[in-house]
Design a protein around this ligand. Sequence first.
Ligand code: MN3
Length: 212
Amino acid sequence: MSTNVDNFSKAALSGNTYVLAPLPYADNALEPVISANTLSFHYGKHHKAYVDNLNKLLADTPLAGQSLEQIIKVTAGQADKAGIFNNAAQIWNHMFYWHSLSPKGGGEPPVALKQKIEAAFGSVDNCKKELANAAVTQFGSGWAWLVQEGDKLAIAKTSNAETPITRNSRPLLTIDVWEHAYYIDFQNRRPDYVNTVLDKLINWEFAAANLS
Ligand code: MN3
């Protein structure tokens, strides 16, 4: 797969208009873990709404047509720009999440990534445990991340639309822990959603492609 973290902005932009970038698989491809029903709402309603909102918020402003990364970085932490930040960051985070999952996911990471995981966490299993712990303990809505900081890997969690790219931290993969990501399939059982995703769907190839 050639898609990595560096080419999301192009996929999200057509001229000065932000677009709903295609899912990297069919909407039933992640079944039985994530149903087509969940994906149709999550991608077709939630993700699309962020795109529609951002186009409305940026129409005829100097930010229109800038990359999602630029918009996210210049609006982060500014109370009067919170609407723009939230929608731009949620578009980016969702694109990143779709690619963090794969119908052929789970299993063993590629060797180069596995070595970095073992250096940081001792083992792949321990990395998964720490990721799951971040996902489960994120209070309310947010995201759990595997990130690269310098040459080292680390786990991060963020609230609502917040994203590690505002912290000079390079995302490698993410898990969406907003309730809309799992409620239809798992109801309130966030730990079951997270652990099943980590075992069956997590896209280590994508994470490896994002290493700098
Ligand atoms: Mn979501």
